[in-house]
Structure formats: C-alpha cells, structure tokens
Design a protein around this ligand. Structure first.
Ligand code: BGP
Length: 480
C-alpha cells in the first residue's frame, strides 16, 4: 500500500491480545481446575484428534504432550511481560480469565480466592503501567467437569454456573476492568464445537439440534452477563466477540453468490444478530426447519435477549473466505480452518490462511452497515515461523508488512465512516497456538524461547516488529 497517513481517533485503544490458556501455564497452581485447553494434546494433528468422535477429555501423557500446561508461564512472569507491553506503549491488554481459576469445577457455589487474587495482581500491575485490561470472560476454557458431567453448553444448568462465575468476577473487579467481552469467537462452535460449545459431535444430528440448543443457552448466558455488567459497572462496556471472515462468491454465478450469502449469514452474522439486535434473524427459521431443529426456549428467554444487547462488537480477523457450491479437492483452500476454495488473488500464510488486508476494510464496513455499533478489532496477526539470528535478533519484516497493511485497511475503513474503538494484535507475545498447539506458529512482537517439544528457557526478547509497533502506537497510527 502507498505511504499514506491515516487519522485514527484520539484515544484509540492500541494494544495486544491473548487468552489465559495460551499464556498462563500453572495449570495446577492456585487450586485451578482442569479446563478444555488442559486436555488438548499438542502437535499438528490437534484438530483431527479433537474431531474424532468419542474424545475423552482426559489427560494421557503416554500418548500425547500438553503444551497449554506450561504455556509461556505468564502465571509467574506476568510482571516482566506487562512491563514489555508498557514499553511498546499499549493502551489496552486483552486477556481472558480462566473460569477454572475462579470455579475449578465450574459447579461450586463459592469462588476460589487464590484464583481471584491472581487476577487482582495482574490488573494491579496493568494499572501501574496505565494499561486498561480488556477481559474475555470465556475463551475456550470451559471446566472439564462441566464438559464431562453436563455435556457442556448443551445443558441449561451450565447457564446458572456461568452466571455465578460472571457475578463473582464482575463484583470482584468492578473497579479494575471497564472493557468486557462475553464468549470468544462465539460462532467458532459451528466449526470447532469442542472448544466453543464444550462437546464433540458424536452423530450427524448433533450438528444441528444439539449445537443450536447449546447456542441458545450461550445467548441466554451472554445476555445475563450483559445485564449484570450494566447493573454492576454502569460505566463499563461489554461486547460480543465473533470470528469474522467475509465470504466472497467465487464468481458472478448467482448460485455461487447466493451460496456465499448463506454462508456469510449463518457463520458470520447469526450469533452477532442475536447478541447485537437482540433477536433471532429471519433467515435462521428456514435453516432450523430444514434441519429439524426445534429450540427449547424457556419463558422470558427471548425478552432477556432482546433487552440486554451488547455495547460493541469485538471480532477477530485473519482471512477472508471464498465459496462456491461445488468444490473439487483441488479447489480447497488447504489449511484454511474455514474450508473455502482458493482465491486466485490472494497469497496464504505458511498455515494456508489467506492474507487479505482489503478484506478487513470490507469486514469493518459490512459490520458497521449492518449493526451501527462501535467495532473493536480484538484479534489480527500473522502466524509465522521466526528465525533467531546469531545475535539473538528476529527480523520479522513479513509480520510488519502484514500488520502494516491491515492497520492501513482500518485507516481506510475509518475514512469510510466506520466507528472503530481499537485494535489488539493477536498473540502480542508468542504463545501456544489454539488450533495446532504449536509454539512455532508465532504471532508475537515478543519472542519466547520455547519450541514445539517444550524445550527452551522461556526467556523473552524483542523482535524487530516490537520497535515498529511501538512507533505505530506512539504516533497514533500516523507512522506505519
Ligand atoms: C483465534 C483464537 C485465538 C487464537 C487465534 C489464532 O481463533 O481466538 O485463541 O489462537 O485464533 O489461531 P491459531 O492459534 O490457531 O493460529
């Protein structure tokens, strides 16, 4: 992109994003219980393993390694890490609270003080550096007990447990946290049910009835969280969070255009429609009918959903997706978790994620046109293999280029009239990849010395992108 100067709004929330299970480690410390991430094996085949029906949600160290158990040890090194974020000039830091630190099994009646105290320390440290926390309440971290003994979000009872957890954290941190988010990438349950919904798909019909019933429970839970947040912390803002990959039709064949639109609505808009507009969208009725889905809706659910809608939309943006009705094996965009077809105009990352900065401008415009609420890009970044030079430096120009182009696309969208609150680059410090469990898929401005086998000193060092992003923030996006 040409060297153009962009005007980001004053007070724009620049920062970085993480999730508890991908950075903290200390998986048994402070009375923490086990969550889904703790039973996810490492290695490239992670998602395949998870998609096998009958997955047991148990630790089997003879067969697998578990990279999230230690992760990057933020649990013990948070002070050092936060100091580095401060050095980059972060205004905000997106993190999640691990539900299992607060309610180890999810169904207790009283919260775990040691867990609550840990996040007090983290928030205080952030405050010391004038960094505002942006907190995801649930980021692929459901307690294993709720998964095994209740069937995850397919159980209505889980709504009550979640509400208890939400009240505990909102009450405890009401003076410390002003930006909240309910469920990370809530729509990802449609493609990765274990992580988002807390069960594996055992039978074809689970894909429909069980999945959408679980979604209804999550929508109720989300509205209860919004309600509680507005009551307990009136000055706070609470958003939803979706995985947004705009869907392009492969060509001008109207059948492909309609197919792309259907995919766009089901995957990208369905969850946001409910959480932002406060009602189930019209298009879903036909889908429900055709797939024999009948939701059990309790009295008062729809009113609750209508009344307690989110204040903003947080979303992750990594790639766009291109669709056509009939795909051959050759067409498929290899490695793309979203399973579209290859877009001949785009290059892809080493993991097959197609790189499309203009798609972010499109995403921002589409979301703003549809919802008219502030938007927040809470994840974006390039997963890449980094090479450490003999002098210890990492010259990650490819990452700078990727981020540069995406930030410029945000600048364009702001000129288009989009109300954008902020930008938190994903994996601002190298962390465990969610979909593969690898360390070698790095996103950070800060390098962490650890490999896929778990070897390394865990020492932190600044990559070239660290200094670049520092300047971006310092100039409020004028110097990219
Ligand atoms: C999103 C998740 C994150 C994160 C990111 C990158 O889907 O919200 O948790 O990990 O994607 O994905 P990955 O780690 O698989 O490269």
């Amino acid at each position: 992109m040409a060297n153009k100067t962009y005007q980001f709004p004053e007070g724009f929330l620049w920062g970085g994003a993480t999730a508890a299970n991908q950075i903290e480690g200390g998986f048994h410390e402070g009375n923490k219980g086990m969550n889904i991430a703790d039973v996810l094996p490492g290695g490239k085949g992670r998602l395949n393993i998870l998609q096998e029906p009958g997955f047991q949600f148990e630790i089997d160290t003879d067969k697998y390694t578990y990279p999230n158990h230690e992760a990057i040890d933020f649990y013990h090194r948070y002070k050092e890490d936060i100091a580095l974020f401060a050095e980059m000039g972060f205004k905000v830091f997106r993190m999640s609270i691990a539900w299992t630190r607060i309610f180890p099994n999810g169904d207790e009646t009283e919260p775990n003080e040691e867990g609550l105290a840990f996040y007090d320390r983290v928030f205080d440290e952030l405050r010391k550096h004038e960094i505002e926390p942006v907190v995801t309440i649930s980021h692929y971290e459901m307690p294993v007990n709720l998964v095994k003994n209740y069937g995850g979000w397919s159980s209505r009872e889980v709504v009550t447990f979640f509400e208890r957890y939400v009240h505990a954290i909102l009450n405890r941190y009401k003076d410390k946290v002003k930006y909240w988010m309910t469920f990370n990438e809530i729509n990802s349950g449609l493609i990765m049910p274990i992580m988002g919904l807390g069960f594996s798909i055992q039978q074809e019909k689970d894909k429909y009835q069980k999945t959408f019933q679980a979604y209804h429970h999550q929508f109720v839970a989300s509205s209860l969280a919004v309600k509680a947040c507005h009551e307990l912390i009136p000055e706070a803002q609470i958003g939803c969070m979706i995985l947004y990959a705009p869907v392009y039709a492969y060509d001008a064949n109207p059948n492909n255009v309609m197919h792309a639109l259907s995919e766009e609505r089901l995957f990208n808009y369905f969850c946001a429609d409910v959480q932002v507009r406060g009602e189930y969208p019209a298009f879903i009725n036909r889908y429900f009918k055709e797939n024999n889905i009948e939701l059990k809706i309790e009295e008062g659910d729809l009113e609750l959903i209508k009344e307690h809608t989110v204040d903003y939309i947080g979303f992750s943006y990594y790639m766009s997706r291109t669709e056509k009705i009939t795909k051959t094996e050759d067409d498929k965009a290899q490695g793309n978790i979203l399973q579209g077809v290859k877009n001949p105009f785009l290059k892809a990352s080493d993991w097959g994620w197609e790189i499309d900065p203009e798609g972010l401008r499109i995403a921002l415009n589409q979301l703003y046109d549809r919802y008219r609420v502030p938007l927040f890009v809470v994840e974006n970044g390039l997963g890449a293999v980094d090479k450490v030079e003999a002098d210890g430096s990492v010259n990650d120009d490819y990452r700078i280029e990727y981020l540069h182009d995406h930030i410029a696309a945000m600048g364009e969208a702001i000129e288009d009239g989009v109300d954008l609150m902020g930008y938190t680059a994903w994996g601002c410090i190298d962390l465990v990849s969610a979909s593969t469990g690898e360390m070698s898929k790095r996103y950070g401005f800060i390098y962490v010395d650890k490999d896929d086998e778990g070897n390394g000193t865990l020492a932190r060092s600044r990559k070239k992108s660290f200094y670049w992003y520092q300047k971006v923030i310092d100039t409020n996006g004028k110097e990219l």
